[in-house]
Design a binder for this molecule. Structure first.
Ligand SMILES: [Zn+2]
Ligand SMILES: [Zn+2]
Length: 479
């Protein structure tokens, strides 16, 4: 094993292998490929930190009086007491508490130790002096995008977090290039976190071609490009649980999206993956209340972009009542209103997304459409093994109609696509989701318009709210 010594020979040494393996990551002690002696020496000299994986939470008075113990998992952040269980531990031979919430990553018990690197960072990847430019994207930013890119870059460079509150189709990705480039020049390790696998897959080739000389990896369940030590890591939140104190600068794309605002574990994972004090860049069309209020109160810096980069207004959703439409579907029929709309679109040669509330409906509707002679129709949902192939075929125009659950509400951009939501009144479609779905339409400068229809059996508050938000943004955008 190679040992690195510092200039001052009396100072302790650390192993480059251990540094390379542990930097920015978190492992259970038993997962390390090093001897106990090596790790102990590193701990003694302050290069490696170790902490219990499952800990007692500080007790409050009530817990003290009732003698109740509360646990928390330091790996996944779980504090739900129902998700802890007791086992007779084969290793320490005591009764150990373990976390069930992150069990699929290997068990962590109250006697398990988590190990992280606490020594110096590896040599920076990029040298400030040797490269003039890292970003080779040559597109032109709109006035609004330029202002946002500059403000974001300045805030992050000064160590402040920043919110980009931008309408769908405003070109958010290009806005962050300037800040990414500057951060890379400083030798930083950058994270671009997003809630969905589809978004990682969409961003990966774009970021790679914009920054051809750096290492970029995409982490999602089943990905091959998963080098955790790439200079820029694009990752779903789930994949970040193994990181610790790793990233100097973090961007969260679509911060409002499921599962971020439902699962506190994922927020915990992103926070843990960032270095302490690392600034965050939040990108969203519909900020969650916490961020929106922080921005409006002035405690979070940010900027609002109310116009799409091509300068056209957002298409406003139209409501169409279709009664008890699921009964038709169950009988293998298509409601007349939907049939008419689809025939019209077929004549025009349009591609369309049909959003439905459930996997079953996606399956049934797809079958009916195929039977009714709407050729080149396919259905997708989260667990569909052919999901990526179908989305790719849709992008290439080989599939004309894609029936989908909410999994494609964001991230997937297809020029000229039109959209209908069947059962827009279903609770699965909250205002946020409906704004995102509407945002699929009219993104391309060649096709800035298009239908966005909410088929429903009774208007909901979420539908009205979504339409209001879109009209409001159009107003702010000067339309
Ligand atoms: Zn856990
Ligand atoms: Zn034990």
């Amino acid at each position: 094993m190679m040992l690195l010594s510092s200039k001052n020979d009396s100072s302790p040494k650390f192993s480059l292998d251990v540094q390379h393996f542990l930097y920015g990551r978190e492992y259970r002690a038993e997962e390390l490929p090093f001897s106990e002696k090596v790790i102990k020496t590193h701990i003694k000299n302050g290069y490696v930190a170790i902490r219990p994986a499952v800990e007692l939470l500080k007790e409050n008075l009530l817990d003290l009086l009732t003698g109740r113990k509360k646990w928390q998992c330091r790996r996944c952040g779980n504090r739900d007491q129902e998700a802890f269980a007791v086992c007779t531990c084969a290793r320490c031979r005591k009764k150990c508490v373990y976390c069930r919430h992150c069990l699929n990553m290997g068990i962590v018990r109250s006697c398990t130790k988590l190990v992280t690197w606490s020594g110096p960072a590896p040599k920076a990847w990029a040298s400030v002096n040797s490269v003039a430019r890292l970003c080779s994207w040559n597109g032109i930013l709109s006035e609004e995008q330029t202002a946002a890119a500059n403000a974001l870059d300045q805030a992050l460079a000064a160590g402040y977090s920043f919110l980009i509150w931008a309408v769908t189709g405003s070109g958010k990705t290009e806005i962050i290039y300037k800040a990414i480039e500057r951060s890379l020049m400083q030798g930083h390790h950058i994270l671009l976190a997003t809630p969905r696998t589809d978004v990682v897959r969409e961003l990966l080739p774009r970021i790679r071609s914009a920054f051809p000389s750096i290492t970029v990896s995409g982490l999602y369940a089943g990905s091959d490009d998963n080098d955790p030590q790439a200079q820029l890591v694009i990752s779903t939140a789930h994949q970040l649980i193994r990181f610790s104190d790793c990233f100097d600068c973090v961007f969260i794309d679509e911060v409002d999206a499921f599962p971020f605002h439902y699962d506190p574990m994922l927020e915990f994972a992103v926070r843990k993956a960032a270095k302490p004090g690392a600034p965050f860049g939040y990108l969203t069309a519909t900020p969650p209340p916490g961020l929106r209020n922080a921005y409006l109160m002035g405690s979070l810096r940010g900027i609002k972009i109310a116009r799409r980069y091509h300068g056209h207004p957002l298409p406003v959703p139209l409501f169409r009542w279709i009664g008890n439409w699921t009964r038709f579907i169950q009988h293998g029929q298509l409601p007349k209103t939907i049939h008419e709309w689809l025939m019209e679109k077929k004549k025009q040669g349009c591609q369309q997304f049909l959003f439905v509330p459930t996997v079953t409906l996606a399956r049934e509707l797809t079958e009916i459409l195929q039977k009714e002679g709407f050729e080149r129709t396919a259905g997708v949902h989260a667990e569909d093994p052919d999901r990526h192939t179908k989305v790719a075929a849709f992008r290439e125009g080989k599939i004309r109609t894609l029936v989908t659950t909410t999994i494609l509400e964001r991230g997937v951009t297809v020029p000229g696509v039109e959209v209908a939501v069947l059962g827009a009144d279903d609770p699965v479609f909250d205002a946020c989701a409906l704004v995102q779905i509407a945002g699929r339409v009219g993104r391309s400068p060649d096709y800035p318009e298009g239908d966005i229809l909410f088929f429903h059996n009774g208007k909901t508050f979420a539908m009205v709210q979504a339409r209001h938000q879109i009209e409001q943004m159009n107003k702010e955008g000067g339309f």
